[in-house]
Design a protein. Structure first.
Lengths: 109, 394
């Protein structure tokens, strides 16, 4: 998501551009961005691999857990273990561990 | 004087722009899928190895096992050709494109500007660029100019004076004439190999044996009619493109992307209310090639639903997943009037207010600040693959 915003802002039009530059800008393709792209999260886990701390906040309940394994036939396979957790502050957060990259992300599932 | 600028094997040259190394090895343009397996233009290395354009694929591979087949790239070819034409137009030539790689223009209007015919033609070659190996021929008549360009060397300018036209055309091969292949074979069977041999025949006899096309070819072999070259109306650049974050093959996703592109194209102020007469849909394929289909509408229209139903079925013809979809307005109708509705459709007023609101947001925050969420694969198990954020700059 953030990547798409940055790209969109790079194409911001300057008021006094020449017609050639405008024509060139118009011919460039718009980059479609991802909605709900995952963001990095700081997660500490228990021995069983369940999140204990998410972004330095204590997890009170793990509400649900599921796995997504997909696109294993491509160069960019997906292997994720999702957790829907409730934090100490009462916030409901969805995090997952990426089995391919071996790191944690947060995302609205 | 009429000039003809020729770039032999333009389709192959354009397809090799991104893979210049292949130009040095035996390579040929692959046959069109689903058509007769005949090769397109070939590189010089392939020609040295005995492969010729139009050769059967099996024969070519038997002759030269290391032959590389280059996939057709119609979108790149179209773009590069438009670039060549625009550069010539920028240099002051009113061009009349015959086909991709062949363009005709009058030098009369620019001779004084550049100081004569030869400097004007040199300027045309310079405008096109030496990378394309263009050659140019000039004569009083169109066909002679084309013949002169086809015998000129790369970068050479060949001018045929009016009184030398007949003697110039005489020794040239019959293949310059626009005849079907079986006609060439028929003429060769009769012992005719040169244009001069053909023009020796009486016109009536040629017309009787070869019909109308034979009579036209006979006239061309004598230089053809003296006709004025009409420059094309410069193409209007009106296009919208959408690049996907990953390769897309799903028809629903493609149709939604097309809908988004149509909305953006319809909202372009350059259209000035004119409906579309002809549109082209192009795509960049995941394997590096491209795909292009042009659609001429029976009635020029600017109605979203009708445009969708005219272009949508073309998406089924895509051969593989794509990385970018592009929609080009090839031709706009001249009229702007539209039949008004007696009763405005429900929700029209809300739509107008919304568009005006978005216009004001864009005006205050800049291009790219307004985006639309396009749901592309709501069934996907991967959350970020369910929808795309598409900028709406117009």
């Amino acid at each position: 998501m953030s990547g798409s915003i940055r790209l969109a802002w790079q194409r911001r039009r300057v008021p006094d551009v020449t017609s050639d530059t405008e024509r060139l800008a118009a011919s460039l393709p718009s980059i479609a961005g991802r909605l709900n792209a995952p963001r990095r999260a700081l997660v500490e886990t228990t021995v069983g691999g369940e999140p204990r701390l998410v972004d330095r906040e204590l997890v009170t309940v793990v509400r649900e857990e599921w796995r997504v394994v997909d696109r294993w036939w491509t160069d960019d396979p997906v292997d994720r273990r999702y957790f829907e957790v409730v934090l100490e502050s009462g916030r409901n957060v969805c995090v997952y561990r990426d089995g391919e990259r071996r790191c944690w992300f947060t995302q609205r599932a | 004087m009429v000039a003809c600028l020729l770039i032999p094997g333009f389709e192959l040259r354009a397809a090799l722009r991104l893979r210049p190394r292949l130009a040095l090895v035996p390579a040929a343009l692959a046959p069109e899928p689903g058509e007769e397996p005949l090769l397109g233009p070939v590189t010089a290395a392939a020609e040295t190895a005995g492969v010729t354009p139009g050769m059967r694929l099996g024969e070519a591979l038997a002759t030269c096992p290391s032959l590389v087949l280059v996939d057709r790239d119609p979108a790149t070819v179209e773009r590069e050709w438009e670039g060549v034409l625009r550069r010539l137009e920028d240099a002051g030539f009113a061009v009349d494109p015959v086909e991709q790689g062949v363009v005709v223009f009058e030098t009369k209007g620019v001779e004084r500007l550049y100081g004569g015919v030869r400097p004007a033609l040199a300027r045309a070659l310079e405008a096109v660029g030496s990378g394309w190996d263009p050659r140019v021929g000039a004569a009083a008549r169109r066909f002679t100019a084309l013949a002169a360009a086809s015998v000129a060397r790369p970068g050479q300018t060949l001018i045929v004076a009016e009184k030398e036209e007949e003697s110039f055309l005489e020794p040239l091969p019959l293949s310059l004439l626009p005849l079907p292949p079986d006609r060439y074979a028929e003429l060769e069977g009769l012992g005719l190999r040169r244009l001069g041999d053909f023009t020796q025949l009486p016109q009536g006899a040629v017309a009787e044996r070869l019909g109308v096309e034979g009579r036209n070819a006979w006239r061309l072999a004598r230089g053809g009619r003296r006709a004025k070259v009409r420059g094309r109306k410069p193409a209007f650049e009106l296009a919208e493109a959408l690049a996907f974050p990953e390769a897309v093959a799903n028809e629903l996703t493609l149709r939604r992307a097309l809908g988004s592109l149509l909305e953006r194209l319809l909202a372009r102020p350059e259209r000035a209310g004119r409906p579309f007469r002809k549109l082209a849909l192009a795509a960049r394929l995941v394997d590096g090639g491209s795909w292009r289909r042009a659609v001429t509408l029976r009635d020029a229209t600017a109605e979203l639903a009708r445009l969708r139903s005219a272009l949508g079925p073309k998406l089924v013809e895509l051969p593989c997943p794509i990385l970018e979809l592009r929609l080009e307005a090839v031709e706009l109708a001249e009229h702007t009037g539209q039949q008004l509705a007696l009763v405005e459709p429900a929700g029209e007023e809300v739509g107008v207010r919304l568009r005006e609101g978005l216009r004001q947001v864009r005006a205050s925050t800049g291009t790219g600040s307004v985006c639309a969420v396009v749901e592309v694969a709501p069934w996907s198990r991967i959350p970020e693959a369910r929808a795309l954020v598409v900028p709406r700059d117009v």
